[in-house]
Design a protein around this ligand. Structure first.
Ligand code: AMP
Ligand code: GLY
Length: 419
């Protein structure tokens, strides 16, 4: 079969490397992919948000199956457009992708179906939002309604900071139209867990849990990034908590989406916080997480393509989804300065052991050589019998890769090792 993956980051590279193992796939395309992905799939220069271009390419090339990985095309309706020309897809329709596309939608869904989440109010008028802030204590969390490249969340330590956050979103349009509505919510505390789950709209199968490391600096300091590393499984996520989440969060969400006429098929991502009052949903994503996918998929023993097709066919209950009983660590190598300003264009050299997976996020290729082309350049993922083995192996392997201005955190997995 001819399969295309929409997207072009480290997550897509991990998906492509997993799909490559499937005997059923003859040819893999990435739209647009990147210089590193071009070693594993044919990259086609069509942007992930160019829905018309994606559909045209798929029709003309005779694509049999499409995996739409990033949030933007999903929220824009890429799956609906591909389905309309008869192409089967992994990923939710536009109606279901709203679970990530609108925080107001997802918060209201959780309220309606009693799914545990932070208490909140929503506002589409700045004066009312500010009046409300004057009645509640800080810290408080201000969130733009729509997609904002993962940056639309401001944790305000004081009331003044919260008011400033609302002004920047609603008056100054810091995140464009995404901020024309805001959610103001209770500040929660506790370890965070990411759970990616396969669901066909009826059955849900959680993948191995994971922990992202969102801040740029060691010990969770500095700016928020797209993620500087991940480990899996997350030691805070015990079997008891997993059972509670299945019962109170995961299945209620799948059933709620179905009841709303928005059946969700694809990968549903639960961003959870394990609070003193039990697990609560911090966010939903309508897709695989980045960099969690780079830590989770290396542990998948089942054929990813078989699982994806079972999801889109509504036959997940008949399919085995098996993960290795091991540990995984993903270390992101970034360009110094990320998520702020950074220089690119430096040659990437070095080879990792064949047991390590290298997933390229931001690189361009010239001949056989790769050059840095993004903030997050690549991720090195290693598996071990213990978390410590996995973490040590990732750091050891990452040392073998060099490029000018290479930057990485030194404490990926440290918090988990202490748990
Ligand atoms: P989000 O984009 O919704 O995942 O939020 C980004 C990050 O902000 C999360 O990973 C949390 O660390 C933090 N965050 C979001 N909502 C809350 C909350 N209600 N209380 C505390 N931290 C939060
Ligand atoms: N790692 C967080 C995300 O993918 O949104």
């Amino acid at each position: 079969m001819k399969v295309m993956v929409v997207g072009g980051g480290g997550r897509e590279h991990a998906i492509i490397k997993a799909l490559k193992k499937s005997p059923e796939i003859e040819k893999l395309y990435a739209l647009p992919g990147n210089g590193g992905i071009s070693r594993d799939a044919e990259c086609v220069n069509i942007g992930a948000k160019d829905i018309d271009g994606i559909v045209e390419f798929a029709k003309n090339t005779g694509i049999d199956y499409a995996v739409v990985a990033p949030d933007d095309p999903l929220v824009l309706g890429a799956v609906d457009a591909l389905n309309a020309v008869g192409i089967e897809c992994f990923g939710p329709t536009k109606a279901a992708a709203i679970i990530e596309g609108s925080k107001v939608f997802s918060k209201n869904l959780m309220k309606k179906y009693s799914i545990p989440t932070a208490a909140y109010e929503t506002f589409d008028d700045m004066d009312s939002a500010i009046a409300y802030l004057n009645t509640i204590p800080a810290p408080v969390v201000v969130k733009a309604d729509g997609l904002a490249l993962g940056k639309g969340v401001i944790i305000a330590q004081t009331r003044d900071e919260a008011i400033e956050a609302v002004r920047s979103m609603m008056a100054d349009k810091l995140f464009g139209e995404s901020g024309s509505r805001v959610v103001i919510e209770e500040f929660l505390e506790g370890p965070e867990v990411s759970v990616l789950a396969f669901t066909d709209g009826n059955t849900l199968v959680p993948m191995v849990s994971s922990m992202d490391h969102k801040r740029a600096g060691d010990n969770d300091t500095g700016l928020n990034t797209g993620g500087m590393g991940a480990i899996a499984p997350n030691p805070y996520y015990t079997a008891d908590i997993a059972a509670e989440c299945m019962d109170k969060i995961f299945m209620p969400t799948v059933n709620a989406m179905k009841a709303e006429g928005r059946t969700f098929k694809g990968c549903l991502y639960f961003g959870l916080m394990l609070t003193a009052n039990g697990p609560k949903v911090i966010e939903y994503n309508c897709r695989f997480g980045d960099p969690e996918t780079q830590a989770v998929l290396p542990l998948l023993e089942s054929d990813l393509f078989t699982v994806m097709r079972a999801v889109s066919a509504g036959k997940l209950s008949e399919t085995e989804v098996k993960f290795a009983d091991k540990h995984s660590c993903t270390l992101v190598l970034a360009s110094n300065g990320y998520p702020g300003k950074y220089d690119t264009g430096f040659e990437i050299s070095g080879e990792c052991d064949t047991n390590a997976s290298v997933y390229i996020a931001g690189a361009k290729r010239e001949g056989e050589k790769l050059y840095t082309a993004g903030g997050r350049v690549l991720a090195v993922s290693c598996i071990g019998d213990t978390l410590k083995d996995a973490v040590d192996a990732s750091y050891r392997e990452a040392e073998k890769i060099s490029f000018e201005n290479k930057y990485f955190r030194h404490d990926i997995g440290a918090r988990a090792l202490k748990a």
